[in-house]
Design a protein around this ligand. Structure first.
Ligand SMILES: [Fe+2]
Length: 427
């Protein structure tokens, strides 16, 4: 059957008119967690714990009767990262039923072999995971895990109740995982993870996931798929021309749910530039589409980055991309204005941060180098300033999502840093 050509077109940042049609196919509240599949969960969790200031909150491993894999859920405020790796699949060490659906030892091993350390699941909190899955599949989603009821039976005196989880394909081997709690479940990840309540509460100020970005071969095809199955709407877009990159390029669209707290930018490479697009490099090194970067929101980026930088040289933390040029910092105040004071401008330069604004607010951001061996996954630390609005039915205020944009004005600085980093790779 011939494919119907998409009606969707990139119009570029200047021509894009933002609107929110409230078109979600199911009730979607916020990001719940990101689960990484890796080669060694103990070490990956420890490294992210030290590097980002996240404490171990619950676990499922051999000490809790899980003979198939080790899995550790790390948390800082409302940000949850989970690291999971199979036990010895070939040696028969991985035995028995996986205690959680969608977690099969051999599949994890294949995933790690193909992608290295990479995100497997973007978890979103929904009102009804079964309804979300059924509606998405009805609209053409490729189902990965049919709705499954979980009941918390671990007697750790902590969580109780149950959950329903379900998964559909997002892009490549990454799934969009729907989660809803039932009967008052209040654990930190999935049912039957054991709480590690004696662990001290650690945080460098990271509050929650701001956006989760994917790299794909074909932007329009992917965006058509995600918007069709979730009902999410387009929140912003950028073309290679908007970004004005130096040597390599990308096109990007940002998708959002109704309340715009689930922000899913998607990138594709562009061709014909002097250097290969960094998105193309990602697609080759990741062996296909996948999650490129995770933006972690803080309310005090100076404190968060200062703390993170303490651990960079110990190799327990993360390396940041090289700071922008002196010219960038000289021109910054003229570009951003009095949204920041002199002391903040000085800290921005001292810590090598980037600043941008849109018509609604200001953002301060910084990017890490790739977190693992491959030039694929990296992190962004972001603070958004402005766009406060009154909460519905409440006297309190909240910040509108995506305030200050996504750093369009910094893309060329970021690209310069990435290109400089890639130039150091002798491959
Ligand atoms: Fe970002």
């Amino acid at each position: 059957m011939a494919t119907v050509p998409s009606k969707r077109k990139l119009v570029g940042c200047a021509n894009f008119v933002r609107s929110n049609p409230l078109s979600d196919a199911f009730e979607c509240e916020k990001f719940d967690h990101i689960e990484f599949w890796c080669g060694d969960a103990t070490n990956a969790a420890a490294r992210f714990g030290v590097g980002l200031g996240m404490g171990l909150r619950c676990k499922s491993d051999a000490t809790t009767g899980n003979g198939t894999y080790a899995s550790y859920a790390m948390k800082s405020n409302d940000l949850t990262f989970v690291f999971t790796a199979p036990y010895g699949v070939e040696s028969g060490g991985s035995r028995g039923e996986a205690p959680h659906p969608g977690h099969e030892g051999r599949a994890m091993m294949r995933f790690f072999e193909k992608h290295g350390l990479a995100a497997r699941a973007v978890g979103v909190r929904v009102k009804d995971a079964r309804a979300a899955y059924e509606e998405a599949v009805k609209r053409g989603a490729r189902g990965v895990l049919a709705p499954t009821v979980l009941t918390h039976t671990v007697d750790d005196g902590c969580a109780k109740g149950g959950q329903v989880i379900a998964e559909i394909e997002l892009y490549g081997d990454v799934v969009l995982r729907f989660v809803n709690a039932t009967d008052g479940f209040d654990g930190d990840f999935l049912c039957n993870y054991s709480a590690t309540r004696d662990a001290p509460d650690v945080s460098y100020g990271l509050q929650r996931l701001d956006h989760a970005v994917g790299n794909v071969h074909d932007l329009i095809e992917t965006v058509d798929y995600i918007t069709k199955v979730t009902g999410f709407h387009e929140f912003a877009e950028f073309t290679a021309e908007d970004i004005g990159t130096i040597d390599s390029g990308l096109n990007s669209m940002v998708l959002a749910n109704n309340n715009e707290y689930v922000l899913l930018p998607v990138n594709e490479p562009t061709f014909g530039t002097k250097r290969k697009s960094q998105i193309q490099t990602y697609l080759e090194q990741n062996n296909g589409p996948g999650l490129q970067h995770l933006a972690l929101k803080t309310d005090d980026i100076f404190a968060t980055v200062r703390e993170m930088r303490k651990y960079s040289h110990l190799r327990g933390g993360f390396d940041f991309q090289a700071p922008a040029s002196d010219d960038y910092y000289k021109q910054l105040k003229a570009k951003i204005g009095d949204a920041l004071n002199d002391e903040q401008y000085a800290l921005v330069e001292e810590l090598g941060l980037l600043v941008d604004k849109d018509d609604q607010g200001v953002l301060i951001q910084v990017f890490t180098k790739p977190v693992g061996d491959r030039p694929t996954l990296f992190l962004e630390i972001i603070q958004r300033i402005g766009c406060m609005r009154r909460k519905a039915d409440s006297e309190s205020f909240e910040q509108a999502a995506g305030c200050g944009g996504f750093g369009k004005g910094n893309f060329s600085e970021l690209f310069k840093s990435i290109e400089a980093y890639e130039a150091t790779l002798q491959i």
